[in-house]
Every structure is written in structure tokens, then in C-alpha cells.
Design a protein around this ligand. Structure first.
Ligand code: HEC
Length: 129
């Protein structure tokens, strides 16, 4: 009797484990299947007003504005941002390897997609669009 109960518990625990972990590797690890193309990086129509302004605002401007211009760099507004973009300093600092003290932002590199968007905008000539 005791043995039967033990077997039952082991069997149930087994099912529980399969339910919890067994199914998770079936198709949830295929990003494309789950989200289709939503995860793709669209750099085709990057503009300053729609993409770059927010990207710089969220990740850089807190330390690079008129009140607090770390390294003497202000990244508020199109004129300041495009100047730093076109002279190469933004991409240079954003693509340094992890652990390099010159990497920007200091907390860790932005996503490849964000960097690709910035590059796409710079290739257009960093316009105020
Ligand atoms: C937490 C604060 C902080 C954030 C966020 C930050 N920076 Fe900086 N940045 C600094 C500091 C401090 C320096 C000066 C030290 C140095 O040169 O590394 C600096 C320097 C720089 C310089 C060199 C300026 C020069 O002419 O010497 C560039 C370019 C730069 N940052 C770009 C960026 C970009 C682009 C982002 C966003 C992707 C960013 N930073 C986000 C703090 C920050």
C-alpha cells in the first residue's frame, strides 16, 4: 500500500515536471514562429523625428544635455546630434566592446537594431527629417 502511494506520487510528480518544463522547448524557442516578422529590425525608413530623437533621448541625453554635458558633449536637438553623428564619434563610442571604458552608454551597448538605425540615418546624411 505504501509503495503504491509512493509510485503514484512519483508518477504525478513526473507529469507535473513534464507539464512545467517538458513542453517549453517545443516551439516557444522559435522566435519567428511566435512573432512572425515583428522582431525584425526595420531600418528602411528611419527618420530623426520618429526614431533617432527618442533613441538618443532615452539612452544618451540624460548625461549629454545643456545642464550636464559629460565629456563636453550635448546631444539635445537635431543640430548637436547630427554634428556628433557625422564626425563619427557617436558610432565610435557606441560600438566599442563590452568592458571598454569608452563604450556609450556606460551601462552597456544598445541593441544591434538601435545601432543599425543610427547608421541608416547617418548614411542618409543625418537629416532633420
Ligand atoms: C550615464 C551617463 C552617460 C550616458 C547615459 C551616456 N554617456 Fe556619453 N559620456 C559620458 C561621460 C561621463 C563621458 C566623458 C568620459 C568619456 O569620454 O568617456 C561621455 C563621453 C561621450 C562621448 C565623447 C565626447 C567627446 O567629445 O570626448 C561621446 C561621443 C558620447 N559620450 C556618446 C554617447 C552616446 C551616443 C550615448 C548614448 C548612446 C551616451 N554617450 C550616453 C556619460 C554618459
Amino acid at each position: 500500500m505504501e509503495c503504491r502511494i509512493t509510485k503514484l506520487i512519483v508518477a504525478s510528480a513526473g507529469w507535473l515536471l513534464i507539464l512545467l518544463f517538458g513542453t517549453s522547448s517545443c516551439y516557444y524557442d522559435d522566435y519567428e514562429t511566435l512573432y512572425g516578422n515583428a522582431g525584425a529590425c526595420d531600418t528602411a525608413a528611419v527618420t530623426f523625428s520618429q526614431d533617432i530623437k527618442a533613441l538618443i533621448g532615452q539612452n544618451c541625453e540624460g548625461c549629454h544635455n545643456g545642464m550636464s554635458a559629460n565629456g563636453g558633449l550635448i546631444l539635445s536637438g537635431h543640430q548637436n546630434t547630427s554634428a556628433a553623428a557625422l564626425n563619427g564619434s557617436l558610432i565610435d563610442r557606441m560600438t566599442r566592446s563590452a568592458g571598454d571604458p569608452l563604450l556609450m552608454p556606460p551601462g552597456g551597448a544598445l541593441s544591434d537594431c538601435d545601432i543599425s538605425k543610427l547608421r541608416a540615418w547617418i548614411i542618409q546624411g543625418a537629416p532633420d527629417n
